[in-house]
Design a protein around this ligand. Sequence first.
Ligand SMILES: *[C@@H]1O[C@H](CO)[C@@H](O)[C@H](O)[C@H]1NC(C)=O
Ligand SMILES: *[C@@H]1O[C@H](CO)[C@@H](O)[C@H](O)[C@H]1NC(C)=O
Ligand SMILES: *[C@@H]1O[C@H](CO)[C@@H](O)[C@H](O)[C@H]1NC(C)=O
Ligand SMILES: *[C@@H]1O[C@H](CO)[C@@H](O)[C@H](O)[C@H]1NC(C)=O
Ligand SMILES: *[C@@H]1O[C@H](CO)[C@@H](O)[C@H](O)[C@H]1NC(C)=O
Ligand SMILES: *[C@@H]1O[C@H](CO)[C@@H](O)[C@H](O)[C@H]1NC(C)=O
Ligand SMILES: *[C@@H]1O[C@H](CO)[C@@H](O)[C@H](O)[C@H]1NC(C)=O
Ligand SMILES: *[C@@H]1O[C@H](CO)[C@@H](O)[C@H](O)[C@H]1NC(C)=O
Ligand SMILES: *[C@@H]1O[C@H](CO)[C@@H](O)[C@H](O)[C@H]1NC(C)=O
Ligand SMILES: *[C@@H]1O[C@H](CO)[C@@H](O)[C@H](O)[C@H]1NC(C)=O
Length: 857
Amino acid sequence: MGVALLGSFLILSLFLKSNLGQQQEQSIPNSDEFFVSQFFEKMGMNSSKSSHLYNLSSSVCSWEVVFCDSKQQNVIGLVAPNLGLTGPIPDNTIGKLKKLQFLDLNSNQITDFSSDFWSLISLKSLNLSNNKFSVNLPTNIGNFGSLEKLDLSFNNFTGDFPDSISSLAALQVLNLNRNRFDSVIPLGITNCHSLTSVDLSMNSFHGSLPKGFDFSFPKLKSLNLGGNLISGRGSDFSKMVSLNYLNISKNLFKGSVVEIFQGPLEMIDLSSNHFDGHISHVNFNPSFDWSHLIHLDLSDNKISGMFFSNLSKAFNLKHLNLGKNRFLKQRFINVDELHTLEYLNLSKTNIIGQISDRVSKLTHLKTLDLSNNHLVGKIPLLSFKTLINLDLSNNNLTGDIPLKLLQKLPWMERFNFSYNNLTLCDSDISLETLQSAFIGSTNSCPIAANPILFKKKVHEHRGLKLALGLAVSLICLLIGLLLFAFGYRTRTRMWDVKESCKEENVISGPFSFKTDSTTWVADVKVASSVPVVIFEKPLLNFTFSDLLSATSNFNQDTLLAEGRFGPVYHGFLGGAVHVAIKVLVNGSTMTDQEAANELEYLGRIKHPNLVPLMGYCLAGEQRIAIYDYMENGNLHNLLYDLPLGVHVNEDWSTDTWEDQETNENGIRNVGSEALLMTWRFRHMIGLGTARSLAFLHHGCSPPIIHRDVKASSVYLDYNLEPRLSDFGLSKIFGNGASDDMTHGSPGYAPPDDVVTPKSDVYGFGVVLLELITGKKPIGDEYPNDENRKAQDLVSWVRGLVRANCGSQAIDPKIQATGDEGQMVEGLKIGYLCTADAPLKRPSMQQVVGLLKDIEPL
Ligand SMILES: *[C@@H]1O[C@H](CO)[C@@H](O)[C@H](O)[C@H]1NC(C)=O
Ligand SMILES: *[C@@H]1O[C@H](CO)[C@@H](O)[C@H](O)[C@H]1NC(C)=O
Ligand SMILES: *[C@@H]1O[C@H](CO)[C@@H](O)[C@H](O)[C@H]1NC(C)=O
Ligand SMILES: *[C@@H]1O[C@H](CO)[C@@H](O)[C@H](O)[C@H]1NC(C)=O
Ligand SMILES: *[C@@H]1O[C@H](CO)[C@@H](O)[C@H](O)[C@H]1NC(C)=O
Ligand SMILES: *[C@@H]1O[C@H](CO)[C@@H](O)[C@H](O)[C@H]1NC(C)=O
Ligand SMILES: *[C@@H]1O[C@H](CO)[C@@H](O)[C@H](O)[C@H]1NC(C)=O
Ligand SMILES: *[C@@H]1O[C@H](CO)[C@@H](O)[C@H](O)[C@H]1NC(C)=O
Ligand SMILES: *[C@@H]1O[C@H](CO)[C@@H](O)[C@H](O)[C@H]1NC(C)=O
Ligand SMILES: *[C@@H]1O[C@H](CO)[C@@H](O)[C@H](O)[C@H]1NC(C)=O
């Protein structure tokens, strides 16, 4: 036999070789080689293009796509995926491969079978996945009595699935996923006792499961009926004791799910059906092993009652979705043992109370959806390393979004905090994001994330080069040092000392200690017990007495200004930190607790163009706000050559922060007068101020309205960067009803009936006009005024701009450098901002854009 075979093989080879060179390569008609090469040729392949597939000068058994039996006689396998084979399979090609056992033609463009296809009775495995069949599957499929694997997925097979499947007694794998089969599941399938995996998903199978379906497949491990129209009950699966994977999602199943939970199930997807009833009884299914469970989806049903209590035994669970059901009001699930959880969806499950702190222990969590519940309280810390999808929308959560979480947001795929009572303020969150993920943030007082920390993250994560401006690096350094040195402290108790402070108040006016040193010395013991809260250096237990010593008992010499809210002093807190100390004199209707909350909120608002609130002290009736000291005074003083109003301590040896800062950028608090002669410097002040307001208006939800934008609110820090001060103070320091508070200062007040962000735009417009003209808003001389009608800066400049004579308003002190055109443009921006009608004024975001457009080179 062996010799005969060898002989015929030699003859065949000789025959092939003798034909070479004389005529085109050709194979013996009716050989397997002939059938396969015909198949490729007629299906649009080309021997010269695909010689590696079928090189006619070598034996068929050496072709890459062909597998022969051990005697190299018959083709038993053809594996030709993804070759662009197109159209119906022709007769007299592969249908004639009598010994063919496995045929894999997946991912081609095949549309139909040949009529001789059904004689491939040796087939054990047929893979036609991902082709273009859009025909009925002939009952001839029953011819393949040896078939073990049948994969027809990703086609468009239509109509009935033939009952002749009953003949496929050896069938182990059946995959019909994504076709258009439109029938009941044939009873014949219950003859296929060898099935281990059945996927009928994404078809239009309907009706109920055939009789005996549940106990006909003793080896079945995986069953996917998802995305059909099959009806039935949970008990239909109660005898399938070998299943690991059960997916019946998106069907019409109803009744209780309890009987499904049994055996070694690892993946259960029952989502989008009509299941109802309680699930708590699942706890008592003794045959169900929770520790096997990896994936459980019961979402979008009508399940009622309480969650399972045994869920905590599912310590291999990765995916849990109980969302959109009709559970009773209940508390958060116990996640203590669910260490491996990656996906947790409890959306619309009627949870009350707080989000369990233990969620923070879920170190693999990627998705957390708790939307549409009744959760209250604060957002706990979450596992920020892995989290990429967070939905907390539609709850009653309060407080701020943890800083670490805010910093993480730019790296998350999706987040939603809408419809809560959360507070937020951050310049790095775009307006679009605010409008989509923070809808309905109702709290009036914002919380800030530190934008600089955001940028630092970019640096860490992406390795991007940081190009921060001088001011930014200053803040960065300060905060870095503060954090490094002191860590973080939670809110201090301070209310119990109220009485003693009242006493002080009675004895002497607000901090007029200077006039009566005996009185204040007598008060020291009491006063020293009142804590000073310094947000970022909490371990330094400053007290009121430190404020006293910093200001030499609020000595007149340390008085910086008589501000709108009361006197402002300066001094060195703890002998090192240069601070400005603002004292409230006006009464306020706020309680101490409210004032403290408000001040804590303000303390977290950070922007390179805002004067940071460093801390506060509630000394009885007095509310004291402590700010970073601004070395270079305010814009008002600078513009009108007024003294800074304070003797600047030039001995920096005690002040290490500024020392280091000086090394870094070399700018000192000198030369501002000279700089003021340049348009570039004035433009920088205008732009920085605009940025601070754009941040308050567009980076905070809800927007913060400053209410008192004016030149004397714009301070210049050590680097001569402009910084707006006094934001958010009206609420704490004033009684909000007073005209003064609502309408702004004379010359800066818009003619508005109600205060809106556009009122700030008006005030900013006046500051911009001051910057360019060097004229005060009221009571100054306004030359070149034809009719001498102008009472104030705004009407004067607006008249000139309207007459196209803007250049006549420019401050003669600004050295001519050919920037006149830009300054005239600047006046036009001021013109827009000071429009009578608020609606006609641009938003601060637009103003920033306009000012950037005329940025001096
Ligand atoms: C086969 O390829 C040759 C050369 O590339 C081409 O001339 C011929 O038309 C192709 N035949 C088919 C059926 O595509
Ligand atoms: C076809 O097979 C022959 C013999 O193995 C070989 O010499 C030739 O290079 C092959 N042709 C191509 C195009 O691979
Ligand atoms: C059919 O081929 C596809 C694509 O390679 C593959 O994913 C699938 O597992 C195959 N089917 C069977 C039953 O082997
Ligand atoms: C199935 O038919 C639909 C509708 O005719 C068509 O959009 C889809 O591309 C077809 N799918 C396949 C795999 O042929
Ligand atoms: C269940 O089947 C549906 C429809 O085919 C599919 O979308 C879903 O991903 C499957 N679920 C699991 C857990 O595999
Ligand atoms: C499930 O919980 C019930 C009570 O809630 C308890 O009796 C039962 O033993 C638990 N089952 C397992 C497997 O832990
Ligand atoms: C959570 O489940 C609900 C209900 O099925 C679904 O609508 C929502 O998209 C899921 N959320 C996530 C983040 O997957
Ligand atoms: C939030 O609380 C308010 C007041 O208690 C209540 O009216 C509202 O329904 C709650 N919202 C949610 C989503 O629970
Ligand atoms: C939102 O929270 C504030 C305090 O943080 C509270 O005064 C207010 O009533 C809350 N609003 C709602 C609708 O719960
Ligand atoms: C957040 O949730 C709200 C309310 O469900 C929805 O209107 C909004 O589109 C969601 N935003 C995002 C970004 O998903």
